[in-house]
Design a protein around this ligand. Structure first.
Ligand code: IVH
Length: 670
């Protein structure tokens, strides 16, 4: 009996510990232990739970991902409708909002507001009973939303169990907030998708919405979703006098709450908050589209009451959109490494919120049809924060007569073979494996930084190698000799030797780099690392893994498992891999550089790094025992500063954090 109780206690202690570390990492952004230490604790818990299934619990930190894919989302009613916010379009309307409130309350005494950023994401509701997360849903039409519980569970900053060190958990707690994607995370997500030639998300909001609407939570788990909480639905068992008290309770329970929230009193202060927020809009790191003002006192809120769609006690101050008009000069279809045909609009250059925009992606034919974009049209382009510009709509009144609809070519612009749509896809593809644009794309990807990192094998040389029929598949690179390379146009002897040397160096690589280099659709660098661990550096095991075993890997869903199987079922791909090994490829199985010189160190990188990519920097730190964090705090051990570092450098100086150059970091671990 005692032994069982001990195990139970051990499991609960581990869960509490992991929950605390999760909170430090994802909510406070100041990790206390390294990723590898966290993994050790998590694995210990997983193994104990497996051996003792009677202690399984849905709020365990092991239960974030893993639920099976759904067929559809169920609808659930909100206990209390999720209302909208009335808009205040300018300063005058902010003043008018204030005056209406004073009139209805018949006094401005004791009146204060909580001002918050209006986050541009997806509104959701999270429901907790006695401190445990039960289910979560989208805002939907305000009365009912879709049950997206499985997807919300994958967001690490959402507590599955409330922290109750300061305030006890209410019997029922409905928390409302906005799910969004940080702009840097969004850029990385789209960069990865672009490398995989998957359609790009138009903006962070669409990416967040698309990620929450995945039927397979494993896909959602790979998306960098964040959340900020700002409102409540029904609460039973707790009472708050003021909104600010509720926000503080949210923080103590472990929810992320925005850090640009302020108390404001006079109408001029509301306007000033709005203006200040607008001027720092592009530095926040996430998208906002205005400010929100909420009456702080709950009794006053009751007096003010609700309209049918919005409360009288709140308003949203809207920002001007970062949009401009311009003309579409051309639409150009290009073919990428996986054969995807992507239309790009070439624009008359235009200044949008301080940035000159010359191109906008049109994604695919469906998108072109939906917006009916034609060459010669005047369009409204929009920059969402810092990201790829999108075409909002055509200004139809300005359309010159006689413009015809744009239809993507039926033949590949590179090899002239017929292009087709695959059943489930919106993109057109060229299926000719020997299409020279695809061949070149595959080789360029094979040689790229995160892949085999072949220095000197850039686009110009690859073009020549392919056009001269010296290289067709990636293994051909390993067969090149000095004479072959020296025979290329404008190739000096020294450069030819350098290139041969880097090709030879690249033959000593890692499983993850090599698998990533093969350019399997949907398999980015991160997944390649997951496979490296799963198959323990054994490529043959990876090649022969069947659909079920692939799908059983955390982070792999049915689509990815399917594309991997399709890849290996093509005999030529297996032959190419074998030929790489025959021509000298070696997979390093142990990382010889591993030390514990960065144990317990939290490292932040800033600015443009020169000696290594961010990915390499992270790996280097982690394989030497350290943790990488994205923001500076008192817990930061070192800031590694590259070129053009900005606010992080200033903050590090203020907090007396040691600042290192890239070379100094290398010295530390050598
Ligand atoms: S409070 C009635 N606070 O804006 C109170 N909403 O137009 C409404 N939103 O559906 C919620 N940031 O998705 C609130 N700081 C914030 C917000 C916010 C964004 C969204 C939310 C809501 C919509 C209302």
């Amino acid at each position: 009996m005692n032994k069982i109780l001990n195990i139970k206690k051990h499991i609960t202690d581990l869960r509490d510990k992991l929950n605390e570390h999760n909170h430090s990492y994802y909510v406070l952004d100041s990790p206390i232990i390294s990723d590898s230490e966290y993994d050790i604790l998590l694995r210990e818990l997983e193994s104990l739970e497996k051996k003792n299934p009677e202690f399984a619990s849905s709020d365990s930190p092991t239960q974030r991902v893993g639920a099976t894919p759904l067929d559809t989302f169920q609808r659930i009613d909100h206990r209390i409708p999720m209302l909208s916010l009335e808009n205040a379009m300018d300063n005058k309307e902010i003043h008018a909002f204030y005056e209406r409130i004073v009139k209805k309350l018949e006094t401005s005494q004791n009146l204060s507001f909580i001002a918050e950023p209006k986050l541009d994401g997806i509104g959701v509701e999270l429901v907790y009973e006695n401190g445990t997360f039960q289910y979560g849903l989208t805002r939907g039409d305000g009365l009912s939303g879709e049950d997206i519980t499985q997807n919300l569970r994958t967001i690490r900053s959402i507590p599955l169990k409330l922290r109750t060190n300061e305030i006890k958990a209410p019997e029922l707690l409905e928390v409302r907030g906005e799910v969004f994607i940080m702009i840097d995370d969004f850029k990385k997500l789209n960069q990865t998708r672009s490398k995989e030639e998957e359609s790009l998300f138009a903006n962070p909001r669409n990416a967040a919405a698309g990620s929450l609407r995945q039927l397979d939570p494993k896909i959602t788990a790979t998306r960098p979703l964040s959340i900020n909480c700002y409102d409540c639905g029904e609460i039973v068992g707790s009472n708050f006098k003021n909104h600010i008290d509720f926000l503080n309770a949210l923080k103590s329970w472990g929810f992320p709450v925005n850090n640009n929230i302020q108390k404001v009193i006079k109408p001029e202060e509301l306007v000033k908050y709005h203006q200040d927020l607008e001027s720092k809009r592009n530095t926040l790191g996430y998208e906002i589209d205005g400010s929100v003002f909420k009456v702080d006192n709950m009794e006053q809120r009751n007096i003010l009451g609700l309209r049918s769609r919005s409360p009288r006690w709140a308003a949203a101050g809207k920002f001007k959109a970062q949009q401009a008009n311009t003309i579409i000069k051309d639409i150009i279809a290009s073919v990428g490494r996986t054969g995807a045909i992507t239309p790009v609009a070439s624009l008359e250059p235009v200044n949008v919120g301080g940035v000159i925009v010359t191109n906008a992606t049109l994604h695919n034919q469906d998108e072109i049809n939906k917006k009916d974009v034609r060459v010669g049209d005047t369009v409204i382009v929009q920059r969402a924060g810092d990201v790829i510009p999108e075409i909002v709509k055509v200004v139809i009144e300005k359309r010159p007569k006689g413009l015809s609809r744009y239809i993507l070519p039926t033949k590949c612009p590179s090899c002239n073979q017929k292009v087709k749509k695959e059943d489930s896809e919106a993109v057109l593809r060229c299926f000719n494996y020997d299409c020279s644009k695809q061949v070149k794309g595959r080789i360029i990807h094979f040689a790229s930084k995160n892949a085999l990192d072949i220095d000197g094998l850039g686009e110009k040389i690859v073009n020549q190698l392919v056009d001269k029929n010296m290289v067709r598949t990636v293994d051909d690179i390993f067969k090149l000799n000095l004479d072959d390379i020296a025979s290329l146009d404008r190739m000096a002897e020294k450069s030819a030797t350098n290139l041969i040397n880097s090709i030879n160096e690249s033959k000593h690589s890692t499983f993850a780099r090599f698998v990533y280099a093969l350019g399997i659709r949907n398999v980015g660098y991160h997944l390649s690392k997951v496979f490296q661990e799963t198959f323990q550096n054994d490529i043959e095991k990876f090649i022969s893994a069947d659909y079920e075993s692939l799908e059983s890997i955390d982070e792999v869903g049915p689509i990815v498992a399917e594309t991997i199987r399709e890849f290996w079922e093509k005999n030529e791909n297996v032959k190419i891999v074998l030929s790489c090994f025959k021509n000298g490829l070696e997979i390093k199985t142990t990382d010889a550089k591993r030390t514990n010189k960065l144990d317990n160190k939290v490292i932040v990188f800033t600015g443009a790094l020169i000696q290594f990519t961010r990915q390499e920097a992270r790996e280097m730190v982690e394989s030497n025992g350290g943790t990488v964090s994205s923001s500076i705090s008192k817990k930061t051990s070192y800031l590694v500063s590259g070129e053009k570092s900005g606010s992080k450098l200033d903050k590090a100086k203020k907090l007396n954090v040691t600042i290192l150059s890239e070379a100094e970091l290398l010295k530390l671990i050598q």
